[in-house]
Each structure stands twice: as C-alpha cells, then as structure tokens.
Design a protein around this ligand. Structure first.
Ligand SMILES: [Zn+2]
Length: 103
C-alpha cells in the first residue's frame, strides 16, 4: 500500500477517534462542541470517506475504476486518481501531508 493511502486511512482513523471522544463527552454530559458537525455526522462522513477510498484503492495500478475510465494518474503519482487526491484535501494541514498531494 502506498504512502498516500496509508496517510488517508490514518486520518480517517484519527477522525473516528475524535468523534468517539466527542460522543463519550456528550453521553457524560460534558459535550463541548468545537464545530457544527456532531459525532453522528462525523461517523457518517468517515464511513463515506472509507467507502470512497475502498472503491478507488487500486486506481493508478491498472486495476481501479479510474484506470478503466482512463482518468487515473500515472503510476508514479501516489495519489492514484482525482477522487483519492480530493479525499486528502481536508487533511492538508495535518502532519505528514505532502504539498505535492494537493489536487
Ligand atoms: Zn479512482
């Protein structure tokens, strides 16, 4: 698995942990919403990102849907395809995100 996909999966895992913590705080009556997205919506967004990533997991290797459509990035571009590149955009300010990954 390439570095970019590992990075994306790690960020989704971090988000899930943050949403779990927010839900626990909410259940304990200590909810401090730092943003407008509540834990349930956060979980759904993580599921969306995970499913999209799974669908495009092989793009750029010759076996992904974007390879079939002829829209994948060349093999040397670890982003694989535009969908994967866009999935990384919300994490552009997190440690480990490479500037070359910007869509
Ligand atoms: Zn793709």
């Amino acid at each position: 698995m390439d570095r970019f996909v590992r990075f994306l999966r790690r960020q989704i895992d971090i988000d899930l942990e943050l949403h779990s913590q927010a839900r626990s705080d909410e259940e304990a009556g200590n909810a401090v919403h730092r943003c407008l997205v509540g834990p349930l919506r956060g979980f759904r967004e993580c599921e969306l990102k995970s499913r999209l990533l799974a669908q495009h997991d092989r793009c750029g290797t010759g076996g992904g849907p974007c390879d079939t459509l002829g829209t994948s990035y060349p093999p040397e571009d670890e982003r694989g395809c535009l969908t994967r590149a866009l999935l990384g955009l919300p994490y552009a300010d997190r440690p480990g995100y490479a500037p070359r990954w910007r869509p």
